[in-house]
Each structure stands twice: as C-alpha cells, then as structure tokens.
Design a protein around this ligand. Structure first.
Ligand SMILES: [Zn+2]
Length: 327
C-alpha cells in the first residue's frame, strides 16, 4: 500500500533541500500567522492551540472549519444537518462549460447573508472541465473564462476560496509549457477570491499529481504578481492514488506546495498508487485508517469531506474523524 522506501527517501531529500529541518518542523508543529501566509487570517481557520493547549490533545478538536461537499438544492441545510461550520458547492454541472450559476432560488446575496448568519464558511469547487494548463486553445481559453466566471460568482457568495484541479496535458506535451499556461492564467485572473490548486489522482502528464510536479508548479507561479492569491488543496484520496505515503502525506504535500489551505478528506475505493479517483467513506475504503486520519488532521487546515452517500454516511464520516457537531 505504501510507497517504496527509496521513493520516500528521495522525496525527503528533495524536501530537505527546499527547507531546513528546523524550519520544516516548526511549520508542522505550530499554527501561527506564518502558517497561512495567504489572504485569510489564520485565526479564522484554525484554533490558536499554541496559546491554549487542548486538554484532550486530540487534533480533531482543533479543526474549526469543517464540512462536506453539498450537491443538493439547499447546501446550508445540508451543513446544518451535519452540524458543520463549512460547506463546499459547485456552481452548476461540473462537466459542462455552461456559465456558473448558483442552484438555489434566492440568489447569491441571500445565500451569502444566510451563510454568514449561520456561521458557515463557503468553499466553491470549479468545474472539472477547467484545465488552464492545456496546450489546446479550445480548452485553455474557455477554461480561463469559466474559471474567472466561477471566481466572480464565488466572490458574490463571500466564498473563502475556489478549488480547481491542477489539470493535465496529453501524453507527449511538455509539462513546462503547461506550467507556463498556468502562470499566464494566474497573472491574468482577477483573484478577488483565493484560488486553491488541488492535487489530482491520476494521469501520466498531470500538472499537480506527484510531489515533483507540485514543486515545479509552485515554482512556476512563485513570482507571479498574484502568487499571494494562490493556495493549495490537499485531497487525501488523490494523494493515495498518486502514490504519496499517507502516513507522511500531509507533511510531504506541504513541503512540496509550501502550504495547505484546504483538505479534501476522502478515503479511496482503490489501491495506493492506482491513479483512480473513486472516493470512499472514511475508514471504509482501502486507505490505511490510521494513516488517513493522520493525513487529514495533520494537514491543519479547514476540511471538506467529498465522500459518497446519504446524510447518515456523512455523519459517520464526521464521527470517524472525531469532529464535533456545532450546537
Ligand atoms: Zn477533492
């Protein structure tokens, strides 16, 4: 199930070159302001546990913003039923190029007000068709347009961030050209809402699947004038499928991406390294349960479960993580 020792060693050696061990450990062990250097103050996202130690020492008690992806017509009701403090939504059919729209009757302003009144943080997931890395103009140009439209509507909803997949190229494309396209997208997008790049599960020429590719993409975006508006979403099912060792995946991902702004907390129906993207309920897939829990909670970031099933199954996922429903 795990990566080979050689792979792990190579990865940790790469990580050491990027960051001193002391700095890396300090980042892992504290959640101070530098932990989330981006646009959202860390205190909103993560309990100040350094100042007020948690008597149970249970990392799940420190997750302030958590919830699930809501696909139904009333996302805030789904969040309330779970006792969640966050929710993730799509703005339309994720496999369509149709302009994004909020699928609730009362419109963006009312949704924003209701979410704020309920104390629920909103995250938006961009459509799966978006692929800003593509070397094909007929994919890349509409991708940028759809992503900007998604960001704009997310802004009207008061969203904390917009998640977008890292994208992929065809087999013989040069990944450096895909990264150049990513850079152009970030340079030209209006990022009133932060953009979180999500690691993906499979594909031989994916832009953000392996640690090496994540490092390269991060480096390509580092000196964009908009780089402070770009963060990273760490999906545990995708990391498992991509060959990360879940026991150290959160730290490895952070070392590669530089940060984790959101966790997609998912188990997997497939074997480690399979490249398959089939989510499972937590503790009921093929991820090692202890390593999965470690990966999710040691990411120290808001978390969204994208697990299948009914409310009861989401509640079981919540309880598996030890998250406490809001009163
Ligand atoms: Zn995900």
């Amino acid at each position: 199930m795990n990566c080979s020792g050689a792979k792990r060693l190579a990865r940790s050696q790469r990580n050491r070159r990027r960051e001193t061990p002391a700095a890396s450990n300090a980042k892992r062990l504290t959640a101070d302001a530098s932990y989330y250097p981006g646009p959202v103050p860390s205190a909103d996202l993560w309990g100040a546990h350094a100042a007020s130690p948690d008597p149970t020492d249970d990392p799940s008690s420190k997750v302030r913003l958590w919830g699930a992806h809501a696909a139904g017509p009333d996302p805030l009701a789904e969040a309330a039923a779970l006792g969640a403090t966050a929710v993730q939504i799509m703005l339309g059919d994720p496999r369509s190029w149709t302009a994004p729209a909020l699928g609730v009757p009362d419109g963006p302003a009312a949704f924003r007000a209701a979410a704020e009144a309920a104390g629920v943080a909103v995250f938006v997931h961009a459509a799966y068709v978006v692929n800003v890395a593509s070397l094909n103009n007929r994919v890349r140009i509409p991708s940028r347009k759809l992503l900007q439209q998604t960001l704009d509507l997310a802004g009207r909803l008061g969203a904390r961030g917009v998640v977008v997949h890292g994208g992929h190229l065809t087999a013989h494309d040069d990944p450096a050209a895909g990264r150049a396209n990513w850079r152009k997208a970030v340079d030209t997008l209006d990022l009133a809402v932060p953009l979180y790049i999500e690691n993906t599960a499979g594909g031989a020429n994916a832009m953000a699947r392996t640690a090496d590719r994540i490092v390269a993409l991060r480096d390509a975006l580092a000196d964009s004038p908009h780089s402070s508006r770009v963060g990273w979403c760490f999906d545990t099912c995708h990391a498992h499928a991509a060959g990360f060792d879940l026991a150290t995946a959160a730290a490895d991902f952070r070392a590669a991406a530089g940060r984790i702004d959101l966790v997609h907390a998912n188990d997997s129906r497939d074997l480690a390294g399979s490249g398959a993207d089939r989510h499972a309920n937590l503790g009921r897939g093929l991820c090692d349960p202890a390593a999965l829990r470690q990966a999710i909670l040691s990411a120290e970031a808001p978390l969204i479960m994208e697990t299948p099933g009914s409310l009861a199954e989401r509640q079981a996922d919540r309880d598996w993580l030890g998250l406490t429903a809001a009163a």
